[in-house]
Design a protein around this ligand. Sequence first.
Ligand code: MN
Length: 284
Amino acid sequence: MKLARFTAAGRTRIGKVVDNTIVDLTPVLGPDMSMLELIAQLDALKPALEAHEGAALPLAEVHLEVPVPNPQKFLAIGMNYAKHAEEARAAGIPIPSSQMWFNKQVSCLNAPFDDVVKPDDSDKMDYEIELGVVIGKACRHVSREDARSVIAGYTIVNDLSARDWLPKSPTFTLGKSFDTHGPVGPWITTDDEVADPLDLEMKLWVNGELRQHAKTNDMIYDIYDQIAYLTTVMTLQPGDILATGTPSGIGAPKGIFLVPGDRMRLQIESLGEIECGVVAETAA
Ligand code: MN
């Protein structure tokens, strides 16, 4: 199932995407259930959600929202693809000897097709396509072998980064957390619809030019290692989003940064596409 949040006729609801349409799931969920609540009960609700047949709206006629608008955590791992780690090292960032996690503040979440803002206070805004993992169960001390069982589904994350702000805080928090710098979507594809999350092709274009192209099998620490490592430390909660690393091809090593007017398109096999334009914070 592909679970989305969408707005039509002034109301935001949860729906399932079927071909190029969206079916409102409110008749099953009731008007007040949040996506976090749905994710926490996904196993129980799934049969009824899958069976529900209702009026379908064309996707083109709705506004897609952030699929999980208020996760407790939005965690991201740095330098998790070998070629990307090398380009970071060349830029003076040492390659860590263990998984390197940081927070993107949840306030940076951005709807999948909404514009993102180039801050007045940064001239080094850069893109990073990443496989997003959405956690489905409260879990601690999860083994690598059991890690897939705590995943609700997958989504696309653009880990937008203000490169000139990364050194301003030791764990990158400021440079990774400008408002709008966390586009996520277009929806959550549930785990059962993804044959192998470790073998997904990912592509990112800027203004039609292919800049990043890799497969998730190039990760240094795969998503199961990531869940095992994180849950050594903390309880992951339903709806928590993990951004699992970006491959090579970011703009920084070439000195190319995003400017107002640019458009990014991000595509991951089985998960769909998201697309965002870049706008200036203050009109020139
Ligand atoms: Mn990243």
